[in-house]
Design a protein around this ligand. Structure first.
Ligand code: ADP
Length: 397
């Protein structure tokens, strides 16, 4: 069965085509600058990459183009569009409508109603899904919500101490995100360690960041809360923050609540603290050259990861493995070393030579042979999880 997995940005569309159950990736591609005069497109089928520049009006046109590429008589890998069983989306938030679902009007309305929680994603996904439903009415669309993996978090780790009815009535709780990534990493650790009864702390550190504690492959706690703006600091988003600071900011800056929320989610994080960049590579480089604010940003980032790590060792009663993944987790030996520093008391011993010599994109154990807790770097594969879940969802339907 062929499944297309779509990853949407406000002006971009990236995709991978999988064949399941073999899980073979047949093609990948992307279109950037959708809606502009010249959109940049690429497609890679059987290792052959082709690039072009042409105007692509909207996400439906982008999907149309992708399907043309995949069915191209010479370069394509499909005989016809009918071979595509469904399109799966790594959708973000629809409150109680979590898990994996075939896209319906009710789901789209819920995503739109809850746009405040994921303003960069929900409106855009809902709009693109609406376009796709009218352009390709026979093609099932499936939303794999990022909150799905965290449905197993018990109430004591999930509830805010607000009037209880608010949690029920307004769905205000720690939902957790990056579900596809944490799910993939946990499944992969079962394969790598050869057993399922594992206590694993996964660290997804990239543009946005979260830690997750899982027992037997089931999420028990995660650092992102009601919104993906919370928990650890992010590239330009604030992370955990006290809402009681808002009245002061409202009075002193003269900005509106909407403007301040936008500031906190675009001028905070590594960017806000360092004043240098939202990209961890730039911040590391500036810190190495002696920029004190850049060093401070890294220190705050590492300290917050270590606080959650300590908490999750307690939640799980120790850990079998700690896993680093995503752009920073897979590539920054500096951050990994700083997170694991002086953790021998908890059975965590990094092999510094292995940590610093890891080839890009590799999957490897970076703890010493005697380390009680194994430390791994595992490249995440969120698209594969969405492809698997899409097959499950259309199977159920
Ligand atoms: P997202 O998909 O959330 O945008 P990624 O998982 O691709 O994010 O991570 C992107 C981030 O990874 C970049 O912003 C950059 O800060 C970080 N990154 C990539 N390579 C390195 C590196 N070699 N060292 C440190 N950070 C890196």
């Amino acid at each position: 069965m062929k499944v297309l997995v779509a990853n949407l940005g406000s002006t971009s569309f990236k995709y991978r085509l999988y064949d399941l159950p073999s899980e073979t990736q047949l093609a990948r591609g992307g279109i950037d600058r959708i809606g502009m005069a010249a959109s940049a497109c690429f497609v890679e089928i059987n290792g052959q990459k082709q690039e072009s520049t042409l105007p692509v009006a909207d996400h439906a046109a982008a999907v149309g183009m992708c399907l043309e590429q995949l069915t191209h008589p010479q370069h394509g890998c499909l005989k016809s569009v009918e071979e595509v069983a469904a399109i799966g989306f790594k959708a973000v938030f629809a409150g109680n409508m979590s898990g994996v679902r075939v896209v319906t009007d009710e789901l789209l309305k819920k995503m739109e109603d809850l746009s405040d929680i994921a303003p960069a994603h929900n409106p855009m996904y809902a709009k693109a899904m609406r376009q796709l439903r009218s352009a390709f009415p026979k093609l099932p669309l499936v939303a794999a919500l990022e909150t799905g993996f965290h449905e197993t978090i018990p109430p004591e780790n999930r509830l805010y101490a607000i009037p209880y009815e608010w949690s029920e009535e307004f769905e205000i709780k720690r939902w957790g995100y990056h579900g596809a990534s944490h799910r993939y990493l946990n499944t992969r650790m079962v394969q790598l360690l050869g057993r399922g009864d594992l206590k694993v702390i996964t660290c997804h550190l990239g543009g946005s960041n979260s830690l997750c504690a899982a027992r037997d492959g089931k999420s028990q706690a995660t650092s992102m809360g009601m919104s993906p703006q919370t928990g650890l600091l992010h590239n330009n988003r604030v992370g955990d923050f006290d809402p009681y600071a808002l009245p002061i900011l409202l009075r002193k800056t003269g900005r509106t609540l909407e403007q301040l929320l936008e500031d906190l989610s675009s001028k905070g994080g590594l960017l806000g603290l360092s004043g240098v960049s939202q990209d961890a590579r730039d911040v590391e480089e500036a810190a190495a050259k002696g920029n004190a604010r850049a060093q401070l940003a890294l220190d705050v980032f590492v300290a917050s990861i270590r606080q959650y790590l300590g908490a999750y060792l307690t939640v799980l009663g120790g850990a079998d493995a700690i896993v680093f993944s995503a752009g920073i987790g897979e590539n920054s030996s500096l951050i990994r070393a700083a997170v694991c520093k002086n953790m021998e008391w908890a059975g965590i011993e990094l092999d510094l030579a292995k940590n610093s010599s890891l080839p890009r994109g590799s999957e490897s154990r970076i703890s010493t042979d005697s380390s009680r807790v194994q430390v791994w770097v595992v490249p995440t594969n969120e698209e594969l999880v969405v492809a698997r879940q899409t097959v499950e969802a259309i199977g159920k339907k």
